[in-house]
Design a protein around this ligand. Sequence first.
Ligand code: MEV
Length: 318
Amino acid sequence: MTTVHASAPGKFVILGEHAVVYGKPAIALAMDMRFSMRAHINDDFKINGAPANSYNMSPHMRYISELHGNTPISIYIEERIPSGSGLGSSAALSNAYSAAVRMLKHLPTDKESIAREAFQAEFNAQGRGSPMDTSASAQGGGIALNVPYKDEDFLWRIEKGDRAWDISKIDVPKMTFVIGNTGVKAPTGPLVEKVRKYKDSNTFARGIVDEIGTVTLEGMDAIKKNDRVKLGSLMTYDHKLLSILGVSCPQLNKLVEAALPYSYGAKLTGSGGGGCMVALTDKPEKVAEAISLHGGTPYIVKSGAPGVQVEVKTKHKH
Ligand code: MEV
């Protein structure tokens, strides 16, 4: 029996969430919080020793299993990422699960194949959405979507209907971010749907989505120049734009306000409605303290977390 170990990181978005769903630019970083698990082929699907059912087996896992002929697999989850927090927990799970199944079935486990499969799983489970979370988690480090790139930085292009995303890797200079979790759970699907409805029915909302794209391109330039003052102010402005789109909430606004006196800038990150905010800062302890004092859970982030990883752990006879 072969047991494999697979893991994938969560992510946070520096600029561009929601607008990226419509093919606008976005910038995301993998973070050093991982989903990890062991897996082996078994007689039945099991999760942490219990039979798999609709409560413990996510639609993402079911979709990936079906793609690979429904071979029953037992998994043991070792680390999790808080779900409904905008940190890409379902993307990390999909990547790790895809990597494990592929390795057990002797299929290629390159990042691109996994990123594509995980995006299909997310798309199937969430309706709309972009390949940002799944590609950031598969690749690791930092990625940009739909921004001008050098040939050697191009990773892959993902298309869905009339939308397309060109994904490239980016070098993010050493910057410190603090994530603040409101503790309010808000799944991505309904928030993406809310923005879609607003955008489809309102010219003003379409203008805001375009503006987020413009701000993200300026942010890309600021990252290249290591201009934290500029990047921070763009992040704070992006938070205002996202608030107009209706995806902030009082708890997020409170944590953003609390972080700003010690930060270059701060904004919600991910789908919003709750979940997390992120601040760019040189004073991470001060920001973390301010977030705690205002009821959030802080997390100081180092950039450069590795992407999806999978390896054979044990190989023994039945
Ligand atoms: C969620 O992390 C980011 C969104 O832009 C949705 C997506 O890109 O799929 C809100």
